[in-house]
Design a binder for this molecule. Structure first.
Ligand code: FES
Length: 524
């Protein structure tokens, strides 16, 4: 097996039974914020755009490079799809013209023309954009696990697929926390240094658990090339920076008790993996030049920035300004979603102020489930300061996941009283009825008892077996058939049988009439 590293977590894998292109990333992500580190803009990608298979782990924009996929990757490829509830990878790829798909099931191995493939999929609202995944490949000689930035929990299945020869995993930061928070500097430094440590320790734990003799640090860090974000780069191995590079992690691995060897791959590096876990690596430049990327990061990024500044300027100049009535648009968009979001609103149970400069000051009230203009006085537990142009962009393009646009860009600031609230950030991934229904159902199912309601003489499972819509709101019963109006799936109440798909069932139980009491009130 031969792996050509393309940058970030992009790789082109040649196996005995065909080639797989994974998560190619050649453009910036998140409004020109994230760029591949080390730079891959001078790599000739033409040998890699006609693979047999394409694997896109999820739809975060540093994994789903829409422009590159549309303009360069052959539409004849067969896409290996993760088992994600809303099928976003497939939907997004179909829009770009991809037509051949193999749908996998979570952590279930399949044979694709001799290549054994398994995709452990993650589906919690907190997992990526409502779904993340990794890729296991076995070509009969060599087994690899591209964990990507996912946090798999399917260890039994991974053990059964392994043992792996090489494990690719994320170890560096890929989030806005805590840098965007308006915390006192001392507190921010302490939180950042904790984050830097815990994310690398988590990677070490995964390396230990998977037990591959070779690991490759990948899936980041990104680098930041425009002036506003330049400070986020870890130029000098700063213990309070959450974006340590590969060499930092490799030193940690060498000092640890994990029995594995870490390898440095840069865009264009080729790793050849022979049976018996024999690994050889070549780089596209002499070793001293490879190391200079890391030891003299300012030069590397300075030159990269000079090449990319016109692109960044064009992206920022293209943002809409003053085209949208932001308050009215958000009120119309968010209030119907808040009405559906019982668990989310309970989980937040407070207000968020969107400070949008000349775009207004808008409160999202998760208690009263309304969007209103701020009175200038009432306190808010959470505050986001966002350039209104980013919000206008999301409104105009109806982006249903602001984490994937605004928050990951790190182009905002946040304040909060108290601790982190996952429901709050997740809400901004749930900006459609379908998404909110899925997440609400997911949260409900985390409670032990399955919720039911009574309707048409039956006790019925409250959440739709398809994508968890609340059937008390979205269910309609006629002639003993329940139709979930969110996507039209139908269920026979008598049997619970799904009439739309044969792998789902609805819990439904006839309510038996209570037998009438006999005898007199005094008893016999
Ligand atoms: S959630 Fe899709 S049909 Fe019910």
């Amino acid at each position: 097996m031969k792996v050509t590293f393309l940058g970030h977590v992009g790789m082109y894998i040649e196996t005995k039974h065909g080639s797989v292109l994974c998560d190619p990333l050649f453009n910036s992500a998140y409004f020109g914020s994230w760029w591949t580190f080390p730079a891959n803009d001078q790599l000739d990608f033409s040998p890699y755009v006609n693979p047999d298979y394409l694997f896109i782990s999820h739809t975060h924009l540093d994994h789903f490079d829409e422009k590159f996929l549309r303009e360069h990757v052959s539409k004849d490829v067969t896409v290996l799809l993760p088992d994600h509830p809303l099928g976003l990878v497939e939907k997004w790829l179909r829009k770009l013209g991809f037509v051949n798909f193999v749908q996998t099931k979570n952590a279930v191995p399949i044979d694709v023309n001799g290549l054994k493939v398994m995709i452990p999929s993650l589906v919690a609202p907190a997992d990526g954009p409502l779904g993340d995944s990794g890729l296991c490949l076995d070509d009969g000689e060599v087994r690899i696990f591209n964990q990507n930035d996912s946090r798999p929990v399917q260890f039994e299945e991974l053990d059964a697929f392994g043992p792996f020869d090489v494990h690719f995993l994320q170890y560096s930061g890929a989030i806005w926390y805590p840098m965007v928070y308006r915390f006192p500097q001392k507190m921010k430094d302490a939180l950042s240094s904790k984050k830097r440590t815990t994310q690398m320790e988590r990677a070490l734990r995964y390396a230990k658990q998977i037990g591959a003799p070779h690991i490759v640090p990948s899936a980041g860090p990104p680098c930041f090339l425009d002036d506003a974000l330049w400070y986020l780069n870890d130029f000098d191995r700063d213990p309070t920076n959450i974006f340590p590079d590969q060499t930092v992690f490799m030193e940690l691995v060498a000092e640890s008790d994990v029995d594995t060897q870490a390898h440095l791959l840069i865009p264009g590096s080729v790793m050849t993996i022979e049976p018996g876990a024999r690994v050889a690596t070549t780089h596209p430049m002499p070793d001293n030049e490879v190391m200079a990327i890391f030891t003299d990061k300012r030069s590397h990024l300075g030159a990269y920035k000079a090449r990319k500044q016109p692109e960044i300027d064009a992206i920022l100049a293209s943002l809409p300004r003053g085209q949208v009535e932001i308050f009215l648009a958000l009120k119309e968009w968010f209030e119907p979603l808040l009405a559906l979001a019982d668990q989310t609103c309970l989980g937040i149970d407070d207000t968020l102020l969107l400070e949008l400069g000349d775009g207004g000051q808008i409160v999202i009230d998760f208690v009263n489930r309304e969007v209103r203009e701020w009175d200038g006085e009432s306190p808010n537990r959470y505050v986001f300061h966002i350039d209104p142009a980013l919000v206008e962009y999301c409104i105009i393009n109806h982006e249903e996941d602001w984490v994937n646009y605004i928050f990951l860009s790190c182009r905002f600031e946040a304040e909060r009283k108290g601790t982190y609230n996952e429901f709050l950030y997740s809400f901004f991934k749930l900006l459609s009825v379908e998404r909110v229904q899925y997440a609400e159902g997911y949260y409900v199912e985390q409670h032990h008892e399955q919720q039911t309601f009574e309707c048409a003489g039956y006790t019925i499972q409250r959440r739709c077996p398809h994508l968890k819509a609340d059937l008390e709101r979205f269910g309609e019963v006629e002639d003993g058939i329940l139709t979930c109006t969110l996507h039209g799936w139908q269920f026979e109440l008598e049997t619970g049988k799904c009439l739309t798909s044969d792998d789902r069932k609805l819990y439904s139980k006839k309510i038996e009439p209570v037998p009438a009491l006999t005898g007199t009130a005094d008893g016999d």
